[in-house]
Design a protein around this ligand. Structure first.
Ligand code: GLN
Length: 480
């Protein structure tokens, strides 16, 4: 069993052929992940009991001759902003250092129902705020491809676990790029589905109108299977969509002939020449596969970062109000009055980035400023969304860089929040519009750093996005 190279399909074959049992695979995955973890700090918590119980259920189903599920036996890492019943869920924050949730997120329930084996909880930026995983209260994650570099963020632990090979797939969350950007930096596939495609029940809220759960995987097919297993309407999240969930993996036929693709000119301006050249080469491959590629414009892209940092901070300031020292776990010891207790708990519990966001968000929502900032940002969000609907009248999918640059050095941008925020210049737009988008690896720089290409499609058109990404992935494999 070579865990770092296993795919979901190989696990299924191995289980059916009785080459290994789910229990053996789970034990080996746990052993390997725990041994490798000191290199990257990708995991904050391992959950062997839960993993072995899930594996036992798979083995029992197999022994009874039942279908053990789409993800039977597959070792999964779950970002630590997604709650797990009985397994510590910290959100990368001191405030929740000892928080053990009394319930499971719907995505987690559905993955386990499909036979998945959750082995541990992945490190992340505190409350998913960040682009480098350096905002975790439990130390940064290192990029498995270059240990002095960041894995991206905020789902840095999830991306590193998959890249390092300790998890076959992982769950991340994306509010402004936190799945696609680390996927790109770590050379794995990362998918942000349509807003509402996957239930947010049990995803710790950062900016509710932008938050998504999505998969990270080593192949497009594996990511498609994970989405298939967890997507669909959930009574526990009124914003989850009641739209049929196709069998994404079955649609990966490699045929993308005649697909019309748009390359937004606004997304090429700030990209480094090396990343730009890799995207260009990817476009040439897509053309060889029979796609038509034309330049398009998403003219309001320049407003995306400002718009995002108004809306996301506003929603975050409201969502984070619940961490008050009364609910949840952490409470400051140095307080004489209730007011002081709130103040000290939040002062000691939150890290610098969360405080910055709470202050910004409180400011933009304050009376007198609401119209000028929050309302205005909502209007900007509408015109950015319209850019996408206009573009999708001309093209079937949009292809673009994920990030202007590859993985940067640990510490390089930590003192310059504005530079850090620019990491997400090409990913934020997809979240604002709520369209499905993903990162698929498209090559490496001369230093060996992975670079991802982004693919975006119409709302609920994940099927086409996967088909294109899979055809591209196969062409890359064929070219060696
Ligand atoms: N880097 C962005 C931020 O810090 C995106 C985070 C995310 O998608 N969760 O807000």
């Amino acid at each position: 069993m070579n865990i770092p190279s296993l795919t979901v399909a190989e696990i299924q074959q191995g289980l059916q052929a009785r080459s290994f049992s789910a229990a053996e695979l789970a034990a080996e995955a746990l052993r390997f992940a725990e041994a490798e973890n000191p290199k990257t700090n990708a995991y904050l918590t391992f959950c062997p009991e839960r993993a072995l119980a899930a594996a036992a259920r798979v083995d029992q189903a197999l022994a009874r001759g039942e279908n053990p599920g789409l993800l039977a036996g597959v070792p999964v890492a779950v970002k630590d902003v997604i709650v797990t019943h009985g397994v510590r869920t910290t959100c990368g924050s001191r405030l929740l250092e000892n928080y053990v949730p009394p319930y499971d997120a719907t995505a987690v329930v559905r993955l386990e129902r499909a036979g998945a084996v959750i082995i541990g909880k992945a490190n992340c930026d505190e409350f998913a705020m960040g682009s480098s995983n350096e905002n975790s209260a439990f130390g940064p994650v290192r990029n498995p491809h270059a240990l002095d570099r960041v894995p991206g963020g905020s789902s840095g632990g999830s991306a590193a676990a998959v890249a390092q090979g300790t998890a076959v797939v992982a769950l991340g969350s994306d509010t402004g790029g936190s799945i696609r950007q680390p996927a790109s930096f770590c050379g794995v596939v990362g998918v942000t589905p349509t807003y509402g495609r996957v239930s947010r029940y049990g995803l710790t809220a950062f900016a509710s109108s932008l938050d998504h759960i999505g998969p990270l995987a080593r192949s497009v097919r594996d990511a498609a299977l994970v989405l298939e297993a967890m997507a669909g309407r959930d009574e526990m999240d009124s914003t989850s969509a009641d739209a049929p969930v196709p069998q994404y993996a079955a649609g990966l036929d490699g045929n993308v002939k005649g697909l019309k693709l748009g390359l937004p000119r606004e997304y090429l301006k700030d990209v480094t020449s090396e990343s730009g050249a890799l995207i260009q080469r990817a476009i040439d491959t897509l053309k060889k596969l029979g796609c038509e590629v034309r330049e398009i414009s998403l003219p309001n892209t320049e407003y995306a970062i400002a718009c995002y940092y108004v809306i996301a901070t506003a929603e975050a300031s409201s969502n984070l109000a619940r961490y008050d020292g009364v609910r949840y776990t952490f409470r400051s010891r140095s307080s004489e009055s209730l007011r002081d207790m709130y103040r000290h708990t939040r002062g000691e519990g939150f890290g610098a980035e969360c405080k910055r966001r709470i202050m910004l968000g409180t400011y933009v929502l304050s009376s007198g400023y609401y119209e000028a900032y929050y309302r205005k940002a909502q209007k900007a969000r509408s015109i950015i969304t319209r850019d996408f609907s206009d573009a999708f009248t001309q093209v079937d999918a949009i292809v673009a860089p994920v990030s202007p640059f590859p993985a940067f050095k640990l510490g390089e941008k930590i003192d310059d929040p504005m530079a850090m925020y620019l990491s997400d210049i090409y990913t934020i737009t997809g979240d604002l519009a709520g369209v499905p988008c993903m990162s698929v690896p498209c090559g490496r720089t001369a230093d060996g750093l992975p670079v991802g290409m982004q693919i975006l499609t119409r709302h609920f058109d994940e099927g086409r996005m996967f088909r294109l990404a899979d055809a591209f992935e196969r062409a890359g494999a064929a070219a060696g």
